[in-house]
Design a binder for this molecule. Structure first.
Ligand SMILES: Cc1ncc(COP(=O)(O)O)c(C=O)c1O
Length: 395
């Protein structure tokens, strides 16, 4: 048989997908499962956004669009970055519309990476951040961001691990899976570090609007950082639009020039009716109101979990309050049991779906990720079941 791409042998199947498959098998067999493994908002896309898309289809926006994205959506993105972060981006050459945040990350890496280049990726982090580097024949250098450091890497990111091939560092705050994000002073120091070593900063900010404490800092908003920052974002999480597959990359013009070639030669363009609906979502005041209500619901669920955790006051499980995103990273290290086994047992014995922390890197071992992107009732019932399971657990 002809050979295959060996690079993909280096990538494991997504633990979230494996968990969902297992849950589907159990459900098909009649088991009732509370699915707290999801990374997808439980809310419907705002109806007015759906109507904007349907009208756009009917009006004939069903052909190719410009590969860089429609001017309407690029302007809406620039306005959003101005409105939310006070940043000036030129819609003509500093913004590229992408097929979701994952594609923005893909083309960002394609734009800057040569085979063998090294990329610093925190541990724990969303698996795609390192997998994509591997797929593009880069070398991933993991930088520990342990719980004891608030899940934030020291700002002198693995200085000892830097080589002449180190090209970029990847951040994702608020973080999937931890919900952590650093304060502004950290970003200032990080920028100085990146500048001193001539590194690109890739900042995945898909959870930027979901926060429960001070507003998270946008990486590009630090003085002087915009010129080396590649901002990855999408409408998936903030607007409950995961299935629409629309996002953007905001970056210096020469990066966008390269990323555009990468996008053009892979997806051609994002569907124009989707782009019209996305522009509407980003700018319509009533839609912003709906997303504010979604954020309030996540905040309510987070509070409820923290309240139950305080009531329980378990020695076995440490519940770290997430500052943002819609996940809890529950600390079960006291069990000294692999997180894959813990998740399998919680699924089989308590009927709750979670994601093992080891899926996010070595530093995630002993943790499990619990999503609050499920109804208030499911989050409460699921967390109560986890508590009951934890209290009964014998190693
Ligand atoms: C950190 C992070 N970045 C990007 C994405 C991908 O988002 P999108 O649906 O916009 O591709 C996810 C999805 O779970 C994520 O957790």
């Amino acid at each position: 048989m002809p050979a295959l791409n060996e690079q993909l042998d280096l990538i494991r199947q997504s633990a979230t997908v494996a968990m969902s498959d297992h849950i589907n098998v159990l459900k098909a067999g009649g088991r009732e499962i509370i699915g707290l493994q999801v990374g997808d908002p439980d809310f419907a896309t705002p109806p007015a956004v759906m109507q904007a898309a349907m009208k756009a289809v009917q009006s004939g926006l069903t052909h190719y669009a410009p590969a860089i994205g429609t001017l309407e959506l690029r302007k809406a993105v620039a306005d959003k970055l101005q409105r939310d972060e006070g940043l000036e981006y030129d819609p003509a050459e500093e913004i590229l519309v992408t097929h979701g945040g994952i594609h923005a990350y893909h083309v960002a890496l394609q734009a800057i990476l040569n085979p063998g280049d090294e990329v610093l990726v925190p541990d724990p982090s969303w698996a795609t951040h390192s997998n994509m580097v591997t797929m593009l024949r880069g070398r991933v250098v993991r930088v520990a961001a342990p719980a004891e450091n608030g899940f934030i890497p020291p700002f002198r990111w693995g200085e000892k691990g830097l080589t002449s091939k180190t090209r970029a560092l990847v951040l994702n705050y608020p973080s999937n899976p931890t919900g952590a994000y650093p304060d502004r002073t950290y970003w200032v120091q990080l920028h100085e570090f990146a500048e001193a070593h001539n590194l690109w900063i890739i900042s995945d900010e898909v959870y930027a609007s979901l926060y429960y404490e001070d507003r998270p800092t946008c990486a590009a908003s630090v003085h002087g950082a915009k010129e080396r920052t590649l901002l990855v974002n999408s409408l998936s999480k903030a607007y409950a639009m995961t299935g629409w597959r629309v996002g953007f990359l905001a970056a210096p013009a020469r990066v966008i020039g390269n990323a555009l070639k990468a996008g053009q030669n892979s997806i051609t363009c994002v569907a124009p009716f989707i782009q019209h609906a996305a522009a509407f979502a980003l700018t319509d005041p009533a839609v912003q109101q709906i997303t504010a209500e979604m954020r309030a619901a996540y905040a309510r669920r987070r509070e409820r979990v923290l309240h139950l955790a305080r009531e329980l006051d378990s020695e076995k499980m440490r519940v770290i309050p997430p500052r943002g995103a819609f996940y809890f990273f529950l600390d079960l290290r006291a069990f000294r049991t692999p997180s894959v086994e813990i998740c399998e047992r919680i699924l089989d014995e308590a009927g709750v779906g979670l994601v093992p922390g080891s899926a996010f890197g070595e530093q995630g071992e002993g943790f499990v990720r619990m999503s609050i992107a499920a109804s208030d009732e499911e989050v409460e019932a699921g967390f109560r079941k986890i508590i009951a399971w934890v209290e009964k657990f014998q190693g």
